[in-house]
Structure formats: structure tokens, C-alpha cells
Design a protein around this ligand. Sequence first.
Ligand code: GDP
Length: 427
Amino acid sequence: MPTVAVVGAQWGDEGKGKIIDLLAEKVDMVARFSGGSNAGHTVVNPQGEFKLHLVPSGVFHPGVTCVIGNGVVIDPAVLMGEIDGLKARGVAVDRFFVSDRAHLIMPYHLLLDGLEEESRGKGAIGTTRRGIGPAYMDKVGRIGIRAGDLLERDTFREGLSQAIEQKNRIITGLYKAEPVKLDEIYDQYCQYGERLAPFITSTDLMVAEALEQNKKVLLEGAQGTLLDIDFGTYPFVTSTTTMAGGACGGLGLGPLRFDGIAGVFKAYCTRVGSGPMPTELLDETGERIREHANERGATTGRPRRCGWFDGVVGRYSARVNGFSSFILTRLDILSIMPSIKVCTAYKLDGETVVDPPYSASALARCEPVYEELPGWNIDITTARKFDDLPEQARSYVKRLEELLGCPASVISVGERREQTVIVRELF
Ligand code: GDP
């Protein structure tokens, strides 16, 4: 299968970093198509532990070309910091490219992200304040600055001055804050441009050529389906499409090029920030999962909300993405549980529903209907084949296959590359 998209199937943090690092071994190109530096992937491999926000997790494999597509919004300071950090630890960043069409996060996006979130008071969305939302707003509002603009200084200055004029009216008029300065930002971003120039190119062409030559391409998603701007728990979502289909617009490839779509699910659910999460456990069990699994955000360090696997949003996620298989991570975490619950339906205002309601307020009223499965209570981190897993763990996976309507392809039983059970080869 030459072209496979790997996307988050829940609320992000499903462990995509490990999976992409693992699968990258088998591919020629890893191309990221959405999100920004609000996404944080943790990768543990023989070179150490790394936290990546922008550079695709394929960077650790010398023969792999890594691409940041036009659908990603880039904070150049974060990107350069990440490149320098990788180089300092001996990771070569030489087959790495950034789309000239990718929009940039500007200092006023960071400022406005904070000001807007504070003005929402109790209704705060829980953004990471990395400027992602405001940068996507400018993209759609047609006053964004793109990576390629840094290489054309006159165009850049003209676009920047128009954007700043508009932003300062909002910053000073609405929020009564200090205006941002054109010359300062211009000079700073011209310096970024000089450093990033060797990486900036038409990545859509690179992807097309790779596909033409039948190379193996992994399409890397960010965040998760329930955070998608259209199909997530709006408005508690991110500002971009996180779903597999986003790879088309976010990289410039046609939908007929996909050979497989794999959704990454954690064996339970977590969510960072506000918004409904029907299976959230506010009791000791939730706390136990959080502590045992060290569920804290890679980007913000915020404790994650934990709960049982939600088969209702899982099935929905499989439907809207069109998963051909799913990847299950952190199954080892559930080894501490005497029994495991899976949500198979919701009770909403007295009715049983099997598809999540469209509105966040209705989803917040949903009561999970659980099925209880036996736990296995033994260490599974050494399992390498499906049959190495205890019967109860296999039954759990099989039940999830039924609920999700697609087969498991990979099961992760620990953070290291080798702690993996490949059920079906993806590439
Ligand atoms: P991502 O954004 O989807 O990559 O997820 P995060 O990086 O925020 O969280 C995943 C965390 O889980 C990382 O610390 C990984 O090293 C770790 N991890 C991934 N898969 C497994 C697994 O199967 N078991 C355990 N115990 N940890 C895992």
C-alpha cells in the first residue's frame, strides 16, 4: 500500500508520534498535512526521547523525506528551535521541506490568541495560545502571510503592513493593548526567511513526484477527529481539518491516491481543555489512569481528562474518516484494571442514541451506556504477536473491531518502537 493516511481518531494525543516514527521505517516520505505547533508528538526511540511540534516524526530515519504541507500553520521561531534542537542531538535535518504555501504564525496571532481567549472568560475554548486559530482565521480571511512570501521581500512587506494595520485596530481599539510594530516584525521575519530558505519549496510537486514513482508516502495528521473544525465537538475544536480528507487540501493530492486510512485510537479516552467528553471519569478510576499513564499534554503540561473507550464517537470517527483499519495504542495501560468498560451507546434525554449529537451541549448531556469486559491484570509490554496477548486483551480488541467496523492493524503495548504488535502490515 503506497499511500496511507494516519490520523488521530479521538481528541488528539492518541500516540501518533510513536506510530509514525515506527511506520516511517517502511516509507520514503512522511508528509504532514494539518495543525500547527499546538500539536505535540512524543517519540521515544534509540536516539532518546523527543517532543516534536512541527517536524514530522519521520525525521529520525535517514532515508525518509519529511514534508510540512500547505495545510499546516508554522511558527518559524518554533520550527527553527526544533530544527536546532534535533541537530544538537545528532539528528540530521537534511531531507526536510516546507511548503511555500504554508501560512505563518505571526507575533500578532500569538497576542490575539491570548487576548481573545481571556475575553471569553468562563466560555474559554482552552486553546494552547500558540496563535493557531488566529493564523487560520487570516488564511481564510485572505490576509495571511505564507512561507514563500519570506523569499519575496517586497510582497512580504506590503502584505504585512496591510495585516498589521488591521490587527492594530483590533489590538488597540477592542482590547486596549499595545500595538505591534511593522519594522520589528518585518526585520525578524526576514531573518527567519534567510534561515528557512533552503527548506521552502513547492512540496505539492514533491508529493506528486513521489506518488508518480510509486514511492511509499505516509500522510501524517495532527490532533484528532473530535477536534476537527467541522466534525469535532464545535466550538471546542481546533481551527483546521484533522480528518484524513484534509490530506488532499493540506498537501495537494487527489482523494483517489489513498490506499489506506488508519485511525489511531488510545485504548481509553483522554481530552485536554474544555468541551464535552461523555465517558470522562471524574472518580478514582480516572485519577488512576491519569497517574499510571502520566496523562499530561506534551505541549502545555496540562493534566488530561481521562475516561473509558467511547465506542460511539469511535464509530463516528471511523465513519467520517473512512478508516480501512485502526491502530490501538497504550493497551498496556489497561493492564492495571480489574475490569474494563466500553461505551456502546448514549442515553440522551431518555432516548438511546448510537451516533453522537451534533451539538456540544447535547453531547454534554449524554450519559454513556457501558458494557463491562474482564481485565487481564498481567504485563503485556512484551507481546509482539496478536496471540501473545492474553485472551481478555484479544477479546477487548475484537470488541473494538466490531464497534468501529474495521480491523485493527497495529496494537501498541509500550512507548518503545519494538513494543508493538503488527496485526496487518500498513505498507
Ligand atoms: P500524540 O500527539 O498523538 O503523538 O500523543 P502524545 O505524544 O501526546 O502522547 C503519547 C504518549 O504516549 C507519548 O509519551 C508516547 O511515548 C506514549 N506512548 C505511545 N504509545 C504508547 C503505548 O502503547 N504505551 C505506552 N505506555 N505509552 C505509549
